[in-house]
Design a protein around this ligand. Sequence first.
Ligand code: SDX
Length: 392
Amino acid sequence: ETGCFTYDNGFTATAACRSAITYIDGDAGVLMYRGYPIEQLAKQSNFVEVAYLLMHGELPKQDELAKFEGDITHHTMLHEAFKNFLDGFRHDAHPMAMLMGMVGSMASFYHNNLDYEDPAERRLAAIRLIAKVPTIAAACYRYSIGWPLRYPRNNLEYVTRFLHMMKEVPSEPLELNPVAAKALDLLFILHADHEQNASTSTVRLVGSTGANPYACVAAGVAALWGPAHGGANEAVLKMLGEIGRPENVQSAVDKAKDKESGFRLMGFGHRVYKNFDPRAKIIREMTYKVLDELGVNDPLLDVAIKLEEAALKDEYFIQRKLYPNVDFYSGIIYKALGIPTEMFTVMFAIARTAGWVSHWLEQQADPENKIGRPRQVYTGATERDYVAIGKR
Ligand code: SDX
C-alpha cells in the first residue's frame, strides 16, 4: 500500500502511480494484461481485442469488438496535409524521427477545441491514435524508399491493413501473406503494454500536466526510441550482424563483461525481470515456427541461439540475473517478414500505442490525478557566496 520500492542499489522510490492495467512479477517472470496471463492472450487473442482489453478493462463481447474495430477502421485515414510533413523530412531520416514528428503534429489536426473532460472525447482521441499510427508508420517507410503512399484499405483487418500500406508494391499485384500478418499480430500483442516502462511513464508524466494525448504519445515515441528501451530490437540485429558467426559468440560475451568496453549484449537484461522475460520465451518459440513457415533460413538465428546459450551459463550473467528480454528474438522475426531494421522500433511503437493510450485514459479518468513531480537526491555544492568575476 505504501508503494515504496527499494532498488538493489539501496535507492528507495515511491511508486510513480497506481494502475489496474498490467501486472508484472519480475522474479517469477509473470506478465498479465488486466489479469489475463500473456501466454493465454498470445495463444487465443488478437491485437485489436487486446487493445480493447487494455483500454476498457474487460474482454469485449462480439458486438463490442465489432464496434471497436469499426471505430478504428473509420479513423485510419490521415488529413492530406500530413504529406507536407513527410516532404519536409530528409529522405534518409530515421522512421522513428518521422513518427515522433508526425504523431506530435496530430495535435495540430485533431486537438482543436476538444474537451478532455468528456470521456467520449478522450476515447475518440485514443481510437484516433490506435487507428492512425500504423498509417503514419507505413507512410514514413514508403517516403524513405521513395514509393507512393498507400491509403488504408478498410476491408482489411488491422495488421493486414498495415502490411498492405507498408509493403504493397505499386507495380505488382497485392500479395498478402497470412503467416506474416499472424506473426506480426502476435508480436503486437506481446509489445502492447508493460506497466510503467520508460515510455509509458513518459506518457503519464506528460499527461499529468494536462497536455493533449497526441503530445503525450509523441513523447512516448521519443522515449521508446532509445537503445536501452525500444531501440534495443534494432540494436540486437546490428549486434548479431557484427558477431556474424556462432564461433564469435564467446568473445562477444567476454566483451560484454568488460565494463571498459562499454559494450552490452543488446536484448539482454531488464529493469524488472530478474528471471526470463515471459515474452522472450514466447517469441523464441515463435521464431522457429515463423522462419519454418516462411521457408527462411537466417544464419543470425544460429548466432542468437549460441549467444543466449553462452550468456545463460556465464557466471557474470547468472550473478546479475541477466536473461533475454522481449527485444532479443523479435528482430529476427521482423527481418523474416521483410521489415527493414530501422522499422523495428516503429513496430514496437505501433503496438505500444495501445498501452500508452490506455494508461493516458486511466490517468485522465482518475479524480486524484496530480501533476507528476519526481524528486532527486541533491549531490551538488553546499551554500556559498557569489564571487565577482575579477576575484575568481
Ligand atoms: C525494454 O521497462 C520495460 O518494461 C521495458 C520493456 C518494455 O516492454 O517496455 O521491457 C522493453 O526496454 C527491454 C530492455 C531492452 N534493452 C536492452 O536490451 C538493452 C540492453 N540491456 C541493458 O542496457 C539493461 O539490461 C537495461 C537497460 C535493460 C537495464 O539496465 P540496468 O537497469 O542498468 O541494468 P541493471 O541495473 O539490472 O544492471 C545490473 C548489472 C550491471 O553490472 P554491475 O554494475 O552490477 O557490475 O548488469 C549489467 C550492468 O552493467 N548489465 C549488462 C547488461 N544489462 C545489464 N551487462 C551486459 N549486457 C547487458 N545487456
